[in-house]
Design a protein around this ligand. Structure first.
Ligand SMILES: [Zn+2]
Ligand SMILES: [Zn+2]
Length: 342
């Protein structure tokens, strides 16, 4: 089979490898699509300590069951599946409470064990979720990102008739918008610095799109919500965006740190302002077994997958796809690798 191996920071190599055999409790799947994510860009550059070369990256995986290990009866050849990549150690307190996303010693698929940038991969049956054939690769790969968003959504403990602002209109920010549009929020405001992405946000139902390139863009938000916004979700992963919007939280409001900021970035908060306005700052990280729910939402047709997964590329162009992730944000939102096309 063809596999794109990450051999060293900033270096990928196409290799011919044997099709994996399922280990105990595992299922070999034929990869029908694998999403390129911001985390892949960081891993590729060597910025993620949990990931060590050589490895096959790719954690947003959709595929078809080829060979379940002896004794695995829940999955049969030919069935379609999405993958929850967060494999915890299984024995720490967090794992035992179902919070695999907080496991201190995880073996994440596509970080520390073989992922989906290959024609086949083998994954634990416990981390597979059935999908209907109708869902297709675009929906199938979005299940992982949506599962992450659902974790954040649960942690927000959203109340109806409130306003929300999402910073950033990439795939994560747009999934937040689509999910919040189906909640009882009154207004969904989205910010971005790329007009093309703002236009997609608008088409997916954002009530207002704010151009965050403007020096005083916060005034545009206050023109819509004079006393501030109830929920702010950062999907940019930059301390600058978080800092610039903190003061827009309404009394009693909650700020959700969701995008992954560089480790050395800092924000400053005023403890007095937090007290006086009774503010909350919370965060959410990876999917703690929320993938099954994500599949159900996608299958219900509530998410416009085609508007988010804009581009499909062959395995041979993975390095280019990673580069485009950084340089062509106006043209591509989510790039999917199909390892079966040339
Ligand atoms: Zn991802
Ligand atoms: Zn654990």
């Amino acid at each position: 089979m063809k596999a794109m191996v990450w051999v060293a920071p900033n270096k990928l190599e196409m290799r011919d490898m044997p099709v994996p055999k399922p280990q105990d409790g595992e299922v070999v799947i034929k990869v029908l699509g694998c999403g390129v994510c911001g985390t892949d860009v960081h891993i590729y550059c060597g910025e993620v300590p949990l990931a060590k070369p050589p490895n096959v990256l790719g954690h947003e995986i959709y595929g078809e069951v080829i060979e379940p290990a002896t004794g695995v009866t829940a999955f049969k050849k030919g069935e379609r599946v999405s993958v929850d990549p967060v494999v915890g150690c299984g024995v720490c307190q967090n794992c035992q409470e179902g919070k695999t996303n907080l496991c201190p010693r995880p073996t994440i698929i596509g970080y520390a064990r073989c992922g989906g940038f290959a024609q086949y991969t083998s994954v634990p049956a416990t981390h597979l979720y059935h999908t209907s054939e109708r869902l297709g690769p675009k929906g199938g790969i979005l299940a992982e990102t949506l599962a992450c968003v659902l974790n954040g959504y649960d942690r927000l403990n959203l109340k109806g008739c409130r306003s929300a602002m999402i910073l950033g209109a990439g795939s994560v920010g747009l999934l937040w918008t689509e999910l919040l549009k189906h909640s009882l929020t009154t207004k969904v405001i989205q910010t971005d610095v790329i007009p093309e992405r703002g236009a997609v946000a608008k088409s997916l139902g954002a009530d207002a799109v704010i151009d965050a390139r403007k020096p005083n863009w916060q005034e545009d938000v206050l023109a819509i919500e004079p006393s501030g916004v109830d929920y702010i979700i950062d999907a940019t992963g930059t301390a600058r965006a978080i800092q610039a919007s903190l003061s827009l939280l309404k009394s009693g409001g909650t700020f959700m740190i969701f995008g992954v900021c560089p480790e050395d970035e800092r924000i400053t908060v005023s403890p007095y302002e937090m007290f006086a306005k009774e503010l909350s700052i919370i965060a959410a990280k990876m999917p703690p077994q929320t993938l099954g729910r994500a599949v159900r939402i996608l299958e219900a047709g509530k998410i416009n997958c085609g508007a988010i997964v804009t581009t499909t590329m062959p395995l041979s162009r993975l390095a280019e796809a990673i580069e485009l992730f950084k340089t062509a944000k106006d043209k591509h939102i989510k790039i999917m690798i199909d390892p079966w096309i040339d």
